[in-house]
Design a binder for this molecule. Structure first.
Ligand SMILES: Nc1nc2c(ncn2[C@@H]2O[C@H](COP(=O)(O)OP(=O)(O)OP(=O)(O)O)[C@@H](O)[C@H]2O)c(=O)[nH]1
Length: 337
């Protein structure tokens, strides 16, 4: 065996699975770019079956498949899992003549696979993630040209995966706030725009909540900018714990946060705001601070209905927040119904 024991270790497998997970490819929908590669490979290699698959923790998952009616199989019947153990092409001219596969149910029973050739799909740091492979129902070989095509197209699969990953990273950078990981203002406005369109087509009202930490400037001025950042991060966690999965939280800027609560009336939104006040009252915001440091927040809540205009609604929430500040802070002011 040419693979070393290091490649079989749990630690290596954990890192390999992490590399696979970083590409976010598992269980994604069909992609014509991958389907065309598989189609082309099957043409060039003259095989009825061609597949792009990835080896997950306990299954092999097919990103694109021609000639087989499966989308995943358990790992113990996977031929590709063996291909991952060695660099280079993995070719089995006749599965019935190979002790590793002669008793494999995919060989002994339907679909009676006899020939396999696979090229590794490797991450940038060299982790084997899966294979691009061809299969046939008869024993055979690949020509030199076909081998070249198999490897070249495997490289193209990975190049496409890298592009998708880079695009996803760019989008994330452009839409999230760096400190908190929340949506930034621009991304939130886009999301809100879609919500307004839904409501105009007859959806339930959505509550819009603008939250501003009280006296935050003093935190920065007395405890330092780093402490201020810690408070913002802790506050983000409290928001995540307080609001529902379907609610959308954004960092609006500085110490201001905006929350969109779909299908939520004023009374329900007010209860959510009260929960947040409660959490703030009982949660120390700074680690290693003695005495414990607590924050409060002021909140303005308005309702987005089919009659609303988005900008006008954002302005209303700002006015309501201003009222909460003017009335003494640490409170919520909801729009009159
Ligand atoms: N540490 C930290 N401070 C920030 C960040 N973004 C904005 N700030 C500061 O947040 C403060 C916002 O203060 P304000 O909202 O004007 O005032 P406030 O002290 O909260 O007062 P009220 O809102 O009236 O209760 C400013 O001092 C900003 O410099 C950040 O990312 N980290």
């Amino acid at each position: 065996m040419s693979h070393n024991t290091d490649h079989c270790s749990d630690e290596y497998e954990t890192r390999r699975l992490q590399a696979l997970s970083d590409y976010d490819i598992l269980d994604t929908p069909e992609d014509p770019a991958f389907d065309e590669i598989v189609e082309l490979l099957s043409l060039i290699c003259e095989t009825p079956i061609a597949v792009i698959n990835f080896i997950d923790r306990d299954r092999q998952w097919f990103k694109s498949v021609k000639g087989l009616n499966v989308c995943e199989t358990p790992l113990d019947v996977s031929i590709c899992a063996h291909a991952l153990l060695k660099p280079g092409l993995f070719v089995i001219p006749d599965t019935t003549q190979d002790s590793r596969f002669a008793n494999n149910p995919l060989v002994t029973h339907d679909p009676h696979l006899r020939f396999y050739a696979g090229a590794l799909l490797q991450s940038r740091d060299g982790y084997p993630l899966g294979t691009l492979c061809v299969l046939d129902y008869h024993p055979r070989e690949l020509s030199e040209r076909q081998r070249f095509a198999l490897q070249a197209l495997a490289n193209q699969v990975m190049a496409h995966m890298e592009l998708i990953q880079a695009h996803r990273k760019q989008t994330k950078l452009a839409t999230t706030d760096q400190l908190t990981g929340l949506l930034n203002r621009r991304a939130f406005e886009q999301r809100l725009d879609q919500e307004v369109a839904l409501i105009k087509r007859g959806g339930d009202p959505t509550a819009l909540m603008l939250i501003d930490l009280d006296g935050f400037k003093t935190v920065n001025d007395t405890l330092g900018h780093h402490a201020g950042d810690q408070v913002i991060e802790r506050f983000t966690e409290l928001c995540r714990e307080t609001f529902r999965q379907a609610d959308v939280i954004a960092r609006w800027g500085g110490d201001e946060f905006m929350v969109m609560l779909p299908k939520t009336n004023m009374a329900e939104a007010q209860r959510a705001a009260e929960r947040l006040h409660q959490r703030l009252a009982t949660t120390p915001m700074l680690k290693n601070s003695s005495p414990a440091f607590y924050s409060t927040a002021s909140i303005g809540v308005c309702s987005l209905t089919s009659a609303s205009n988005m900008d006008e609604c954002l302005q209303r929430s700002d006015k309501l927040l201003y009222q909460a500040k003017a009335q003494g802070r640490n409170r919520t002011v909801c729009e009159a119904q």
